[in-house]
Design a protein around this ligand. Sequence first.
Ligand SMILES: NC(=O)c1ccc[n+]([C@@H]2O[C@H](COP(=O)([O-])OP(=O)(O)OC[C@H]3O[C@@H](n4cnc5c(N)ncnc54)[C@H](O)[C@@H]3O)[C@@H](O)[C@H]2O)c1
Length: 260
Amino acid sequence: MSGHDLLRGRKALVTGGGRGIGLAIVRAFVREGAQVAVTDLDPGAAEAAAGEHGERARAFRLDVTDGAETEGVFDAALEWMQGLDLVAANAGISTMNRVVALSEEEWDSNMAVNAKGVFLTNREAVRRFLASGTEGVIVNTASLAGKIGAPLLAHYAASKFAVVGFTQSLAKEVGEHGIRVNAICPGFVRTSMQEREIVWEGRLRGMTPDAVRDEYVSATPLGRIEEPEDIAEIAVFLASDLARFLTGESINASGGVLMD
Ligand SMILES: NC(=O)c1ccc[n+]([C@@H]2O[C@H](COP(=O)([O-])OP(=O)(O)OC[C@H]3O[C@@H](n4cnc5c(N)ncnc54)[C@H](O)[C@@H]3O)[C@@H](O)[C@H]2O)c1
């Protein structure tokens, strides 16, 4: 797809930008004219993603569960870009288990990356927007599991419901400054996370991974697995002035798996 300059001159930071949905967001933001700080827990993935775009992107290693590291990376990214207009808080993890078998460690790790990580990234973004008087934009990656419960994913769903509530609350807090905060709720997206999930789910339900994926397609009115690029285009829309009067929304982006 060719760009429409929807984000021309914007300075953006993306978390979990090294692969999957984050990588697609990085590519789409650059295509639309943005300069992008590509951050990821995996420095090699961040380097490879940024390396596609020459001077338009730079890699930073960032673990979003660490507040001090988050602050330091925002400092470094702002110094490089000389500003910040746009943040995509996308980093996330999942595991699958029935609640009766769920460990405290699984609960804590999902909550740490998916809920606390979004809080820390958004806090840092808003601090910078307020300090510079920027009418900035935040796009969080939630999930359909942030809107409706999902078996084997109770801990993940709890962390994603947290993202939806946080997004609404922060949007109400900062709207008066012209700062917009929205979230995207993807469905069944073809990424490394999904590759892991279909194996776990197959094991827990006595099915093959392919049969699990077939179920995902059957549950999708548009009749295919979602691609990371499907999400990235919605991130571009939310980040752009086309969405200038949208805030606090958590938009289902799932080919119709969930419609309200
Ligand atoms: N794939 C799906 O079907 C799906 C559906 C709904 C929501 N999501 C959400 O989309 C987002 C991206 O998921 P994906 O499918 O692209 O996953 P992925 O596992 O393919 O990629 C996630 C990226 O985040 C990075 N990451 C993990 N922990 C991190 C941390 N602590 N700090 C910084 N980076 C970290 C990983 O290194 C990786 O590069 C997540 O928030 C996920 O919950 C995915």
